[in-house]
Design a binder for this molecule. Structure first.
Ligand code: NI
Length: 388
């Protein structure tokens, strides 16, 4: 059973919503126009309940099926926020706000879930309740967690959760998923190396934080090379190194920042432990000290195997078995849908949007041709999980 005809009929309209959202990107939790637009459309579709302001600026729509004998409640989630990037897509519907851009396709995710809401509210060909979740602040703000903390899962009785992300480079309309860890835990660290400043001509009077920092950058790579099992995954990246202002001054301090990404709780804990030991002892070896701030970010996005199989089966209904990769390699990027998957069984799936610039690139654009595929996936997922 391929694309649903009724959904193909309003492909143009959904594209219009997507491009409107694209022109008006908003960041983090500050989504007044986006949340209002989403809530107004959902209300217009005749959803049974539309709630705003959950998790600060999240929006939730409840749609009851024609029957509710099953008592099942399934949550479908999209993210609404954009990124602080100057858009260079050159598209006629490019961002109207310089320095803000929908560079991760959350405009497309929101539009596709809106399309599903419209179809489900119109047809209601299922037995149970669909809860459509539009969350803020996926890009580093843990909006999914904010909605959970605000009672999302219990208030609406959500039993299972499903999420979807577009994937540039994967052929248009192909799906990819796997059992277990699909995306990484992402933790952040910042390190201040404390040395002793001096004239560059008299380094013997200094404790050089630049040399200390450089050694720390190198030594941290031993976590991946010598601490973590070579068959496991970890990425340690120092992405900021700031020190000094003058050619002839050895500075007092140096600051390093970066991320650690991992796919299991064990590796995550080991990497943090090793980071602390390496940083403190490397600093001490140079005669200095180091202050470490470690922030645990998004957890591992881990698919429930049974729900991942179910999701893959729905995807195969839409595009055919041969276009669903059920064992895709995990991605070391993070995703805050992980918080929902920690609380409820469910699955996160990637949908291909074909060639083009990658996520978070200034030339990225969501591919509107995938809209009927994504919306049909949502619709069939509800109609199959809660068959009338
Ligand atoms: Ni994203």
């Amino acid at each position: 059973m391929p694309i649903i005809n009724r959904i193909a009929d309003f492909h143009d309209e959904i594209t219009g919503w997507r491009r409107d959202l694209h022109q008006h990107p908003e960041l983090q939790y500050d989504l007044p126009r986006t949340a209002r637009t989403v809530a107004e459309l959902l209300t217009g579709f005749g959803c049974d309940e539309v709630v705003q302001g959950l998790g600060k600026t999240g929006v939730v729509a409840v749609i009851h099926g024609r029957h509710n004998k099953s008592g099942k409640v399934i949550g479908l989630r999209a993210d609404m926020d954009a990124l602080p990037i100057v858009e260079a897509s050159g598209k006629p519907y490019a961002s109207k706000t310089s320095g803000r851009m929908h560079a991760c396709g959350h405009d497309g995710h929101t539009a596709m879930l809106l399309g599903a809401a419209r179809y489900l509210a119109e047809t209601r060909n299922f037995d149970g309740t669909a809860v459509l979740i539009f969350q803020p602040a996926e890009e580093g703000g843990a909006g999914a967690k904010a909605m959970i903390d605000d009672g999302l899962l219990d208030r609406f009785g959500i039993q299972e959760v499903f999420g979807m992300h577009n994937f540039p480079g994967l052929p248009l309309g192909d799906f990819a998923i796997r059992h277990g860890a699909l995306m990484a835990a992402t933790d952040e660290f910042s390190i201040v190396c404390e040395g002793y400043g001096a004239h560059a001509a008299r380094p013997n009077l200094s404790v050089d934080p630049v040399l200390m920092g450089a050694a720390i950058v190198q030594n941290l790579q031993s976590i991946a090379a010598r601490n973590v099992d070579p068959l496991e995954s970890v990425v340690v990246s120092v992405t900021v190194f700031q020190a000094g202002k003058a050619f002839n001054v050895i500075p007092q301090t140096a600051e390093l920042r970066g991320t650690i990404r991992s796919l299991t709780a064990e590796v995550r804990t080991l990497a943090e432990k090793r980071l602390r030991i390496i940083v403190e002892n490397t600093a001490a070896a140079f005669g200095g000290t180091a202050k470490i701030k470690f922030h645990r970010g998004y957890p591992v996005t881990a698919n429930n195997p049974e729900k991942a199989d179910f999701a893959a089966g729905i995807a195969a209904q839409i595009v055919g078995q041969s276009r669903v990769n059920t064992n895709v390699a995990p991605i070391m990027g993070g995703e805050d849908f992980s918080y929902m998957l920690e609380q409820r069984p469910g699955a996160f799936i990637f949908v291909g949007i074909g060639p083009g610039a990658g996520l978070h690139h200034p030339e990225y654009d969501f591919n509107d041709e995938v809209i009927p595929v994504g919306v049909s996936y949502w619709a069939r997922l509800v109609e199959t999980a809660m068959a009338a």
